[in-house]
Design a protein around this ligand. Structure first.
Ligand code: GDP
Length: 257
């Protein structure tokens, strides 16, 4: 199913409004040139191939010393607890329970590493924003995340997941500050898009656009996804494949697609 991608610059609003119904039904905006949602069919296919095959749990790390050795390019996912992070990682990798297999008590303070058939590693960062989390836990979370973001040489991008029903919360603004401070490329992915109407989603996009316009380090486009309905999953895979291509021989291994 082609995903959809909405642009925060140029004519994205017209595209979005004009095609949202079709996008909703799983037929993303199609340009005369045959491009799907900002990605060509070739991009989408590259993304599909990048994620096809077997994905495995590699390691859990609660401290820098416990990080597995860097392997290829790393893409990390972060967001508030319950934002749909595990579901998104499972949808990307085509596995039902990859991101939950290590969902053990204490895992909230750990980075989880998943390896695929190519030299790409996905990192599930601990969720934040738990009302019940005490100060010590929040401090430990911040330490781990900041250390990881600053130290990880092969970290190519962080996807910040935002629930499309709720939009950006203050805790998300906090992690955006951390990401900018660490000079890590980052982009917002909206989750659970099946839960909101196209109009509400477009409005949410505009609000976030305004918020991130003040943040030059943030990628200026959002990717709207639904792990349950499949929307945007192809686009996110294609975006990661494109990133790997653009990154080139920068120390990380380029996947042999
Ligand atoms: P995590 O805590 O961020 O890893 O979130 P989970 O992936 O465990 O999801 C939290 C809750 O949101 C679960 O009840 C999921 O079924 C639900 N959820 C996750 N993704 C979606 C989605 O795309 N659409 C809808 N409607 N619910 C979702």
């Amino acid at each position: 199913m082609p995903g959809f991608w909405f642009r925060l610059r140029g004519a994205w609003r017209d595209d979005w409004r004009g095609h949202s119904r079709r996008a909703w039904n799983g037929h993303g905006p199609v340009s005369p040139a045959g491009e799907l949602s900002g990605f060509s069919a070739a991009d989408i296919e590259l993304g599909r191939r990048l994620f096809a095959g077997e994905w495995k749990f590699v390691a859990a790390a609660g401290a820098l010393e416990a990080l597995p050795p860097p392997r290829g390019i790393e893409i990390a996912f972060v967001g508030r607890s319950n934002v749909g992070k595990s579901s998104l990682i499972n949808a990307l990798t085509g596995r039902r329970a990859l991101a939950r297999t290590s969902n053990t008590p204490g895992r909230t303070q750990q980075l989880l590493f998943f390896g695929g058939p190519h030299a790409l590693t996905l990192v599930d960062m601990p969720g934040y924003g738990y009302a019940a989390a005490g100060k010590a836990k929040v401090a430990a979370w911040s330490r781990l995340v900041q250390n990881y973001l600053q130290a990880r040489v092969n970290l190519a991008r962080v996807y910040l997941l935002v629930d499309s029903r709720h939009g950006l919360k203050s805790a998300d603004e906090g992690i955006l500050d951390v990401l900018s401070g660490a000079a890590v490329s980052h982009q917002i992915v909206l989750t659970k898009c099946d839960e909101v109407s196209p109009a509400a989603l477009a409005q949410r996009g505009e609000v976030i656009e305004t918020a991130i316009a003040k943040r030059p380090a943030a990628f200026p486009e959002l990717i709207a996804t639904s792990a349950h309905a499949g929307q945007g999953i192809d686009s996110l895979r294609a975006a990661i494949a494109r990133l790997i291509q653009e990154r080139g021989p920068s120390g990380a291994v380029r996947p042999a697609l």
